[in-house]
Design a protein around this ligand. Structure first.
Ligand code: FAD
Ligand code: NDP
Length: 656
């Protein structure tokens, strides 16, 4: 429960307080080492880099231009489609499937998917680095398992299996000729006269150059993901490094040898390999580098929290008799998992997934919990709220730090690998190989004490005046923060959207802050649905969030079409939207737990924590709140709404 102080072993109140203050002091001290005035500006997106070499690191290495150019184009200039979905990741695929299953796609031109990459998979298309696996159990993470009848090979599926699953979905629902790959939507304009979206699309046909198209859509879905724009820190001299260099989201098997299918990185034999970054990606890649390279240098700014993983093969008997036992098993299993992360698991309940996440109830700090209810926006109430969450996190945090001492032989390395922040500040990681790798004589931790790499030379990297010569440099430095642009889904995607009366979506968002109805649609932008961030329920199982959102989007369309007798125009009223925004504002103080965090993408690299006294700006920030009672409570609310059980509440108003 919220007052759970397990881990304090029945200690006196004074002892608990002293422990908490000590911990808080240490956390603040470590966070302040990392706080920088340049925040998000310390990075450059690969695609926007001024230097041609850095920019080229963002290119799609996987697109098979010859094969794609040989296919008949699926989208024609001037084409008119009922549904256009931007994004061919799991989000876009789930949307396509649910629209088909709802009977909303009936003619060959009813559906198109436009995707910047050269194939389906999104995250799992772009990322192919060695060691890549999902970190949420594949049984609850992989979409449409029941509908495809697929049994994942392992508890945690590999990146390859996850990409193949995207292909499986596309095959089963006949989506291969519905996709336009290597293409970006750049502009969307609502026509008040024709009541359609006019979309500008640019296709990159590789050696054949670009093809520009204007198409129309009755409904436009932006399922563009949140971790899609790879970036690198502005390390001076990086572009002049003489060795090979690539970002983990565009792994260069030409340099390392091997492939996604065959992770024998023989190209690294005899090589000195450096990797910048120690986030969830590096946790998976470092053990693979360690297996093949002569020397591995891991450049660390902030250590990840690394818990046990427990990877295992799926036992077909267990799958049949205990997991995939009945219709709706996946949702039930997801919800069972959610109760642990939402700190509301009934004690008598069987923990079906039984993974490290379920030992981290303090995750509820940023995804909500019915036990924490609402926090009053007063310093006292917020202080108490954060204190309770920190106490809830103590057992897991201490276990994670003790695990390092148990595994890592060298005490200095072990000390440097210890994370000093609560679980909700950075995505927790799970590995039975990462910490162990530091016991190998050729794997070196280069801890920068929170400062990061100083600079690069033609020979390698420099930290605290010492040069580390390298042959290969792996940039495991992550993505532009999902919070970029105040959660504006259009800005995040890099498109320009103009709704009724030619009004700009981003101008509206900038002027009044996050403005949605149920997190997925915004007034003045009819029939435009986007994958949710703020003003929605959240869970670290992103596919569950996407599934929840798509079910709701499909409901809106189905209902509206039944009423309209065909294609409808769906636009929430301003009143409904404002009432919904106030639901987020009411819950915003819950996210104050982020103020104790070390910088990272969750806190916009520390920008979120800057004091802001301007009431208008504070209100805009508050509108970014999420459903603080957690995804289970949120799903129930949406179900009640869909069942018509919310009565006359205006949050149900959708106008034609
Ligand atoms: P994505 O998979 O990111 O797909 C969005 C697609 O939209 C991209 O392919 C992009 O090219 C395309 N796109 C964007 N803008 C445009 C445009 N203007 N025009 C055309 N196309 C565009 N989550 C978990 O829950 N569990 C995990 O284990 C997990 N592991 C992850 C591992 C990595 C390395 C990363 C980066 C993320 C991980 N995530 C994980 C988060 C993951 O992104 C989501 O789980 C999920 O795959 C998101 O699906 P999506 O379709 O919303 O977005
Ligand atoms: P992250 O943003 O989590 O990590 C980037 C890393 O680069 C951080 O360790 C960061 O340090 C470091 N860094 C940045 N600048 C510098 C610098 N100047 N010097 C030294 N180090 C620097 O990106 P990831 O790709 O690791 O992960 C992104 C997200 O993708 C994860 O949080 C997770 O949601 C998802 N993911 C999930 C995986 C899974 O297990 N299925 C695997 C991979 C990713 P600092 O922390 O100090 O900022």
């Amino acid at each position: 429960g919220a007052n759970d102080t397990s881990g304090t072993d029945g200690a006196s109140l004074e002892a608990i307080q002293a422990k908490l203050f000590g911990l808080q002091r240490k956390y603040t001290e470590e966070a302040s080492k990392r706080l920088r005035s340049d925040g998000l500006a310390q990075y450059v997106n690969l695609q926007d880099a001024g230097d041609a070499r850095i920019r080229s690191l963002g290119k799609d290495p996987w697109a098979d231009h010859a094969a794609l150019n040989a296919k008949a184009p699926s989208v024609k200039d001037g084409g008119k489609y009922k549904f256009v979905i931007l994004g061919g990741g799991y989000g876009g695929l789930i949307a396509a499937v649910r629209l088909i299953e709802a009977g909303l796609v009936n003619s060959p031109d009813d559906l198109r998917i436009i995707e910047a990459g050269g194939g389906y998979g999104g995250t799992w298309y772009w990322n192919r680095y060695p060691g890549l696996h999902c970190d949420v159990e594949s049984y609850i993470y992989m979409p449409l398992l029941e509908e495809t009848g697929y049994t994942p090979k392992h508890k945690y599926s590999s990146g390859l299996e996850l990409r193949e699953h995207a292909e499986r979905i596309a095959t089963k629902w006949d989506l291969h000729d519905k996709a336009l790959f290597r293409s970006e939507v750049t502009d969307g304009r609502w026509s008040d006269e024709e009541e359609v979206w006019n979309l500008s699309v640019t296709e990159d046909r590789g050696p054949e150059g670009q093809r520009k198209m204007n198409i129309q859509a009755n409904y436009f879905f932006v399922m563009s993901g949140v971790l899609t724009i790879p970036h690198v820190p502005k390390v001076s001299g990086l572009e002049g490094f003489n060795g090979s260099m690539f970002h983990t989201s565009r792994w260069d098997y030409g340099v390392t040898g091997g492939s996604q299918e065959d992770q024998n990185l023989s190209g690294l034999e005899g090589k000195r390999v450096g990797i910048i970054g120690t986030g969830a990606t590096a946790i998976q890649a470092v053990p693979k580098l360690a297996k093949f390279a002569k020397e591995v240098y891991v450049f660390q700014r902030t250590p990840s929290s690394v818990s046990w993983r427990g990877q295992k093969e799926t036992d077909p008997e267990e799958w049949k008799t205990k997991i995939a036992t009945k219709k709706g098993w996946q949702k039930e299993r997801r919800h069972n998992w959610d109760t642990y992360l939402n700190n509301c698991a009934p004690p008598e309940q069987e923990n079906l997934v039984g993974c490290g996440w379920t030992e981290a109830p303090a995750c509820c700090a940023i995804i909500g919990s019915p036990n924490f209810g609402f926090v009053q926006p007063t310093p006292e109430a917020i202080g108490e709220h954060i204190g309770k969450l920190m106490m809830l996190d103590v057992p897991r945090a201490e276990k994670a730090r003790a695990r390092i001492d148990d595994i890592v032989n060298d005490p200095e390395t072990a000390a440097a690998l210890k994370p000093w922040y609560p679980v909700w500040c950075k995505r927790p990681t799970f590995s039975d190989e990462y910490l162990q790798a530091f016991n190998l004589p050729h794997v070196h931790l280069v801890d920068t004490d929170g400062k990061g790499v100083d600079s690069a030379t033609s020979a390698g990297l420099v930290v605290q005046g010492k040069e580390y010569p390298l042959d290969v440099l792996v940039l495991s430095t992550g993505y532009r923060s999902p919070g970029y642009g105040g959660l504006d889904p259009v800005k995040r995607t890099g498109i320009n959207m103009f709704g009724r009366g030619g009004k700009s979506f981003s101008d509206k968002w900038k002027a009044q802050g996050a403005s949605t109805f149920h997190g997925i649609i915004s007034h003045g932008f009819p029939n435009f649905f986007f994958s949710p961030t703020g003003q929605f329920g959240q869970t670290p199982n992103n596919v569950e969030t996407l599934d929840t959102a798509v079910e709701h989007m499909t409901h809106f369309i189905k209902k509206a079409e039944e009423k309209a007798g065909g294609v409808a125009v769906i636009d929430p009223t301003t009143e409904a939207e404002e009432e919904w925004a106030m639901e987020a504002v009411k819950r915003a103080a819950n996210l104050a737990a982020l103020t104790v965090c070390t910088p990272g993408y969750m806190t916009l690299e520390g920008e979120f924590n800057k004091p802001n006294q301007d009431p208008a700006e504070m209100m805009k920030n508050a509108r970014m709140g999420i459903w603080s009672e957690g995804i289970l409570s949120f799903s129930k609310l949406l179900e009640a709404y869909r069942a018509g059980d919310l009565g006359e509440r205006s949050i149900g108003n959708i106008e034609k």
